[in-house]
Design a protein around this ligand. Sequence first.
Ligand SMILES: *[C@@H]1O[C@H](CO)[C@@H](O)[C@H](O)[C@H]1NC(C)=O
Ligand SMILES: *[C@@H]1O[C@H](CO)[C@@H](O)[C@H](O)[C@H]1NC(C)=O
Ligand SMILES: *[C@@H]1O[C@H](CO)[C@@H](O)[C@H](O)[C@H]1NC(C)=O
Ligand SMILES: *[C@@H]1O[C@H](CO)[C@@H](O)[C@H](O)[C@H]1NC(C)=O
Ligand SMILES: *[C@@H]1O[C@H](CO)[C@@H](O)[C@H](O)[C@H]1NC(C)=O
Ligand SMILES: [Cu+2]
Length: 252
Amino acid sequence: MHSLLSLFLAAGLLHTVAGHGGVSNYTVGDTWYRGYNPSEPEAEQDGQPWLINRKWTSIDPIFQPSNHSISCNTPGTPAVSSIPIQAGENITAIYYWWLHNVGPMITWMADCEGPCEKFDSSTGKWFKIWQEGLLSGGVVEGWWWQRNFQNWEGDGECVWPVTIPKDLKPGNYLIRHEIIALHIANKPQWYPECAHLKVSGNGTKVPGEEYLASLPGVWTLDQPEINIDIYSPEWYNRTDYPIPGPPVWKGD
Ligand SMILES: *[C@@H]1O[C@H](CO)[C@@H](O)[C@H](O)[C@H]1NC(C)=O
Ligand SMILES: *[C@@H]1O[C@H](CO)[C@@H](O)[C@H](O)[C@H]1NC(C)=O
Ligand SMILES: *[C@@H]1O[C@H](CO)[C@@H](O)[C@H](O)[C@H]1NC(C)=O
Ligand SMILES: *[C@@H]1O[C@H](CO)[C@@H](O)[C@H](O)[C@H]1NC(C)=O
Ligand SMILES: *[C@@H]1O[C@H](CO)[C@@H](O)[C@H](O)[C@H]1NC(C)=O
Ligand SMILES: [Cu+2]
């Protein structure tokens, strides 16, 4: 199976073999929160009281880093409800069958500075709370976190747990899961989805300026790690992949 996978990868065909994807559900502890489902009728989901993630109507990627949709996908309409979570707890994003396996995965948050239902995500001061990239080996054939996460065999689920920094100031936040797929030369793909969180706890910390970024803004096609040809001699066997953007905020 893996040689077949490598073949698809080398040919850049994986993309056409199966679809793309995005967050389907979230869990906090034993509680499941249903996300927006692009394959179900919009009328059954729009405005529903259970809806905790921002509307996204297609599992296809976004190709332009300057696209307004890069912040919370298309159309990114605000959710109705929020996921309650305590700072220090984990939230786990569960994906539809994920097949790509090269490129970084990043979880961001942004303070809605009030109700998230009224917040324009493209004005957010986004900060990273988690990121993973290349874990071992070379850029093309090595193991990315995304490769552990993907589920080529189709059994089990693609789960992505992250911890809300325990000292984060309570409030309303967006959480944004972003996969950047880099398997096609010089054609990076973005897969972002956002959910609304109501963070509780006794924290007082907020990230400093050096941790903040805009979306759109943080990614450009001038970044060599983004507008990348992983199959080029320059990258193929490289064992380091620096994830661009600000550093991850650990809560201090
Ligand atoms: C997500 O939740 C929906 C509705 O609760 C459910 O039908 C679906 O199977 C879940 N998806 C996954 C990948 O578990
Ligand atoms: C932004 O991305 C969406 C989803 O891929 C696409 O439909 C739309 O045309 C893009 N907008 C621009 C200005 O490129
Ligand atoms: C909580 O999230 C962290 C960070 O991703 C992860 O290392 C840990 O395994 C998660 N814990 C649980 C119980 O899922
Ligand atoms: C916050 O502080 C109150 C009062 O000291 C305490 O009862 C509560 O358990 C704390 N909550 C958390 C999440 O630490
Ligand atoms: C990568 O390394 C392998 C094994 O050393 C070598 O055969 C191959 O030619 C290298 N590829 C590139 C593009 O440098
Ligand atoms: Cu895809």
